[in-house]
Design a protein around this ligand. Structure first.
Ligand SMILES: [Zn+2]
Length: 125
């Protein structure tokens, strides 16, 4: 399984309109959220990430928050203690990147010190 979402890179170009701002597809949005979050030190609110990745484009901030929730579901980030958001000024959920390390036993990915492969084997019975 492509757990990081990085392997499937679509090189096809939509060149018919030559627009410089082509709206990325959903999976790209997740990866953008991740790189935006990393750029902010790996810990930020969804709106802080959105304003960093798409400055001034408030219309899509809600969509970025949905991407944040997707990333939580995928195990790429986790929700930590809420604090005042620098963008909205309100108390917002803070997202933190879960660092991925390599398992010494199998070379697979580890999430928070637990081998993902072992977790999968466990859940497969
Ligand atoms: Zn392992």
């Amino acid at each position: 399984m492509d757990t990081l979402g990085l392997a499937r890179k679509d090189d096809k170009q939509t060149s018919h309109d030559g627009a410089e701002h082509i709206k990325p597809r959903l999976n790209d949005r997740k990866l953008e959220f991740m790189s935006g979050l990393r750029a902010l030190g790996g810990r930020a609110t969804a709106k802080e990430v959105a304003s960093n990745v798409y400055p001034g484009e408030f219309a899509i901030f809600d969509s970025i928050r949905k991407r944040a929730i997707d990333c939580v579901r995928l195990g790429w980030v986790r929700e930590v203690e809420p604090r005042e958001c620098k963008v909205s000024g309100r108390k917002c959920t803070v997202y933190e990147i879960i660092e991925i390390a390599r398992c010494e036993a199998c070379g697979g990915e580890m999430v928070n010190g637990v081998c993902k492969r072992e977790l999968e084997e466990e859940s497969n019975g």
